[in-house]
Design a binder for this molecule. Structure first.
Ligand SMILES: Nc1ncnc2c1ncn2[C@@H]1O[C@H](COP(=O)(O)OP(=O)(O)O)[C@@H](O)[C@H]1O
Ligand SMILES: [Mg+2]
Length: 239
């Protein structure tokens, strides 16, 4: 069976600066795959290239047996692949529910809206309790849950999450990772970008490590976790 998502030889430049070079990776349906690397390694650019937000200089992206290279983002979302950006990008002066409904813009069948909303409220009970509250009044952890739930409102087969742990206290990081583990268990394929390698590996089947825009290491979560010195040498102390 071919992978759900495949990047082959993908390169992206910002002007004269090459951000990622010749990136190849595969994500199989049902997996959680981590994309690890230090700040500036090219993780966000890789996600942006995969979801139509950064133009490719070279390479190809396929999703669900379709060549999606060069597709606009809205089409990729409709095909079942959504990207939750780094920094969450929730609308602080709108309610939790309004934010969630915005995530469903791509739905063609509007009759499914309420069912999807209830599905996310069941998955994230704290969002249900706060559905009429302005999103800006949520805690950092709750805002991250909201950003993820908003992405899930497009009913994706695959969700790419860019540094969901960013700025969260350790206890909240654990909660967010548990939520990711559960959404993967519910059948959604996850591409998880993280700087916190050990945290991400604990919920991932496999991982790719980026360094200066290239894939330098890949393996199962267990393999990479078993070689902390290897991870440390690529990711630095504290990861
Ligand atoms: N909009 C941009 N313009 C110019 N350079 C950028 C831009 N975004 C990222 N870069 C550069 O591309 C490289 C990869 O960045 P990024 O993908 O954001 O890495 P990461 O997400 O791993 O921190 C870095 O050298 C960064 O400085
Ligand atoms: Mg980034």
């Amino acid at each position: 069976m071919s992978p759900l998502l495949r990047l082959s030889g993908v390169s992206v430049s910002y002007g004269p600066v090459a951000a990622i070079r010749d990136i190849s990776l595969e994500v199989n349906e049902g997996e959680t795959v981590a994309l690890l690397g230090a700040n500036g390694a090219g993780k966000t650019t890789t996600l942006r290239a995969a979801t139509g937000l950064a133009p490719l200089m070279a390479g190809q992206v396929t999703f669900a047996d379709q060549d999606i290279t060069g597709w606009r983002t809205y089409r990729i979302v409709r095909a079942g692949f959504v990207h939750v950006p780094q920094g969450r990008a929730i609308f602080a002066d709108q309610t939790v529910e309004e934010n969630l409904l915005l995530g469903a813009w791509s739905l063609r069948d509007r009759s499914r809206l309420l069912a999807l909303l209830e599905r996310e409220y069941a998955r994230f009970p704290r969002l249900a309790e706060r559905r009429r509250q302005l999103a800006g009044t949520l805690s950092g952890g709750e805002q991250q849950m909201l950003a993820i739930a908003r992405g899930l409102m497009s009913d994706p087969r695959c969700i790419a999450l860019d540094e969901p742990s960013l700025g969260l206290a350790p206890l909240l990081v654990r909660e967010v990772m548990e939520a990711i583990r559960q959404l993967n268990a519910s059948g959604i394929t996850v591409l998880l970008v993280e700087q916190l390698a050990t945290v991400a590996l604990a919920v991932s089947h496999r991982a790719y490590v980026l360094q200066r825009g290239r894939v330098v290491l890949t393996g199962t979560g267990a393999e990479l976790l078993a070689s902390p010195e290897l991870v440390q040498s690529y990711l630095g102390v504290g990861s």
